[in-house]
Design a protein around this ligand. Structure first.
Ligand SMILES: Cc1ncc(COP(=O)(O)O)c(C=O)c1O
Length: 365
């Protein structure tokens, strides 16, 4: 019998997550240097110098297993968020929390509902457990259609994912719509509010998701250190949930899933409020600049509450930019042909993108 006859059917059918193209790969393929990557929504400012110093200081200790309970980080975050220490679950990125949720609540015969296009890991973790993904199209203005999402919840639904702000569109839902949705959701359906980009949000009526964690126990809010804190390479994310829900995820996780360097770096990053503020400012300025320049070029863009911008641009634009050493994210695999997602970079990176687009246009490419 061949291995493919033995592997779980739902794993055989899975298509792996496609990450943004790494700079090294592009440069190897094209024989170029000096490329920039505006494709994975990473922080262009990099990690806080304080986080870097904390990592260096902790390197001597990496022959020891990490603190499996992430005690120091747990205490610190619980204080900041005004939740109990037993309401926090840490993972190797928010990605791992998504996996833990799938492992704890999904299996063959169950369903998970999410909007589409949205974060590509939702269908992957759902299918990875042999459960059925139910993808509900975004509204015409590319915002979560919460009434349609609610209507898709059925007997078999165990989890609903709401990505707010939504990746890859940058759009967000406000408190009024979210509150109606959360209040009406059956109480035994786990509501996952994925707030990977929450620190960049500008709208003032953003939902109080943590309030819902205390009002509606089957609710979990996901956050990450990969974005504004610039620690994507260390892999650290967390969930905030009711004690019971957090406890199930604790049972499902590996004992040492968060590494030592991630924990110390996160603690230092949380303390470096100036760096986080600077990241937010650089992002807001980048969003304003890119929005104005792209619109001036006749390229349609969507308002964003995150650190990336959705733009309508032919797939050739992505290919042409690649040849110029600029990596952006094509969205054809999300069912959005002729759209790209541009992560906001440093001012000089954003300017290089705009100049290159102008040049491509002038050369009639
Ligand atoms: C909406 C959303 N959720 C979760 C994640 C995963 O983040 P992490 O790096 O913490 O695994 C991402 C990463 O891009 C994301 O866009």
């Amino acid at each position: 019998m061949a291995l493919k006859d033995v592997v779980n059917r739902h794993i055989l059918d899975l298509r792996p997550y496609q990450p943004g193209k790494p700079i090294e790969e592009l440069e190897r393929e094209l024989g170029i240097t000096g490329s920039i990557k505006l494709a994975s929504n990473e922080s262009p400012l990099g990690p806080s110098p304080k986080a870097q110093a904390a990592i260096r200081a902790a390197v001597d200790g990496i022959h020891r297993y990490p603190d499996g309970a992430s005690f120091a980080l747990r205490e610190n975050l619980a204080g900041r968020l005004a939740v109990g220490t037993d309401q926090l679950v840490f993972g190797a990125g928010a990605d791992e929390i998504l996996e833990l949720l799938a492992k704890a609540f999904l299996g063959p015969g169950s369903e998970a509902v999410f909007a589409w296009p949205s974060f590509a890991m939702y269908p992957i973790v759902v299918k990875g457990m042999g459960a059925t993904p139910v993808a509900v199209p975004l509204s015409n203005d590319l915002v979560h259609d919460l009434p349609a999402l609610a209507a898709a919840v059925g007997e078999r639904t165990k989890i609903v994912f709401v990505c707010n702000p939504n990746n890859p569109t940058g759009t967000s839902v406000g408190a009024a719509a979210f509150d109606r949705f959360a209040a009406d959701l059956p109480p035994d359906v786990v509501l996952v509010v994925d707030e990977a980009y929450v620190e960049y949000v500008r709208r003032s009526d953003f939902p109080d998701s943590l309030g819902w964690v205390s009002r509606r126990p089957a609710t979990i809010v996901l956050r990450t250190f990969s974005k504004i804190y610039g620690l994507a390479g260390l892999r650290l994310g967390y969930g905030v949930a009711d004690v019971e829900l957090a406890g199930y995820l604790e049972r499902a996780r590996h004992p040492f899933n968060v590494n030592r360097l991630a924990e110390v770096a996160a603690l230092a990053a949380l303390d470096d409020e100036g760096h986080a503020k600077a990241s937010r400012r650089v992002n807001a300025e980048g969003v304003a600049y890119l929005t104005a320049e792209l619109e001036a070029l006749g390229i349609e863009v969507w308002p964003t509450d995150a650190n990336f911008i959705l733009a309508r641009a032919g797939d050739w634009v992505h290919d042409a930019l690649l040849r110029e050493g600029i990596i952006v994210r094509p969205l054809a695999s999300f069912g959005m042909a002729n759209h790209i997602r541009i992560s906001v970079g440093l001012p000089e990176e954003n300017e290089r993108l705009v100049k290159t687009l102008k040049r491509l246009r002038e050369s009639g490419a």
